[in-house]
Design a protein around this ligand. Structure first.
Ligand code: GLV
Ligand code: MN
Ligand code: MN
Ligand code: MN
Length: 400
């Protein structure tokens, strides 16, 4: 099956009829079905599938060992996400391996296709959980205690899915095998639309992080409570949203988003007692994100004080700016001919691996809508084909 057919094969899994698009969250029925589907598809190509200590899946072409050329991505999505973010990289990897096998190619080193666990942080809040645990960049106790919106911990969800959370942590064996990692991904902005190229090579990933703001006030009656008597946490939450936009607009190339807001108890005629708001902030350059967030926090604190509310702020995740391996980028460029290089504002497992010394690179496939993390995310069949072909050329080059 080609990458296009593989994506069609899973097009019914995890559809979200309420939000539109797909909601596939780690260890939920849809993502579990996709993991099983992956294992089956890998088996059909003669690959041996194993799980590492952190619930990432590895499908091996050849005996697992050091110096492997690894490719892959993730199968989870954001809430109401598109069909391509993640699955395109996995489907293209399976397709690329098949193309090489069909041409009688014999790799001189092990080749593996990996599926990383919880890349989006859509269920437990921390993105790139699988690669962070693999590289040891996330404290294991913190990881085990992460909770989903229903209060289920990552440890409980993993155990139910047959993954032992006691084994979580830096996995020297799995990590030492990865000689180089290439992730193919749908382009997530307008980067390739005007460049008349279906593919690009990744150059950099912007620094980014997530912060949780909890505003606490006094739940009360929307009609009976005079304005002067209110401690309404929605009011400072609104200031947070405004400050995020304002400071990002003042900071060259910065992005700041409040994409999730949970007022409790959540009634139209009820002044909320608490509001949780999550800020996603990303600023170009080195170590510029936290300073911008500090300024946003200051505004939120002041607004909370004026309203008589409490505020606690927690940094839930952070990833530094990454420049992909120059030698690998040059090699991808040499193999693929004149293709553009593209910086991205999106985070990826490839960037986590790169941050931890694994020579890593990325290929992007054109997205004609320029929309991602939404149902409108798209890639033309012909571009998907070109992406898989390009990935096969790269795998061939790196494993010859
Ligand atoms: C992950 O896709 C992110 O960059 O938010
Ligand atoms: Mn994504
Ligand atoms: Mn992705
Ligand atoms: Mn991502």
């Amino acid at each position: 099956m080609s990458a296009v057919s593989l994506l069609r094969d899973i097009s019914d899994v995890g559809r979200d009829h309420w939000r539109g698009g797909y909601s596939r969250h780690v260890f939920d029925p849809a993502e579990t079905q996709l993991r099983e589907w992956f294992a089956e598809q890998a088996g059909r190509r003669g690959l041996d599938v194993e799980a590492d200590r952190n619930g990432n899946l590895w499908a091996w072409w050849g005996t697992p060992g050091p110096g492997a050329v690894v490719t892959g991505s993730h199968l989870d999505s954001v809430p109401g996400g598109g069909a391509f973010d993640g699955p395109l990289g996995v489907a293209s990897a399976l397709d690329a391996v098949k193309r090489l096998q069909d041409n009688g190619f014999r790799p001189r080193c092990p080749v593996a296709v990996v599926v990383f666990m919880e890349e989006e942080g859509g269920r437990f809040g921390v993105p790139c959980l699988g690669s962070r645990l693999l590289t040891g960049s996330l404290d294991v106790d913190t990881a085990r205690a992460l909770r989903d919106p229903d209060g289920v911990t990552l440890a409980e969800a993993a155990r139910r899915a047959g993954v032992d959370p006691e084994r979580f942590g830096r996995d020297e064996v799995a990590l030492s095998r990865v000689g180089r990692f290439i992730e193919l991904h749908v382009e997530q902005g307008r980067g390739l639309i005007d460049l008349s190229s279906p593919v690009a090579v990744g150059s950099t990933v912007i620094e980014h992080g997530r912060w949780r703001f909890t505003f606490t006030g006094q739940g009360n009656h929307a009609g009976a409570t005079l304005l002067a008597d209110r401690r309404d946490p929605m009011v400072p939450a609104a200031s947070l949203i405004g400050a995020a936009r304002r400071f990002a607009a003042e900071t060259e190339g910065a992005r700041a988003t409040v994409g999730r807001l949970v007022p409790r108890p959540g009634g139209t005629n009820v002044i909320a007692s608490t509001v949780d708001a999550w800020l996603d902030a990303r600023v170009p350059g080195a170590d510029n994100t936290r300073p911008m967030v500090e300024r946003i926090i200051e505004v939120a604190r002041l607004a909370a004080a004026v309203e008589g509310c409490e505020l606690t702020v927690t940094e839930e995740s952070h990833a530094g700016a990454v420049t992909f391996d120059p030698g690998l980028r040059e090699r991808l460029g040499a193999v693929l001919g004149p293709v553009p290089e593209l910086a991205t504002g999106a985070g990826h497992d490839a960037a986590i691996l790169a941050e931890h010394g694994v020579p890593s690179g990325m290929l992007y496939v054109r997205n004609p809508t320029g929309v991602s993390h939404a149902p409108e995310e798209f890639a033309e069949d012909a571009d998907v084909e070109r992406g898989a072909e390009a990935l096969a050329e790269v795998l061939r080059d790196l494993s010859t």
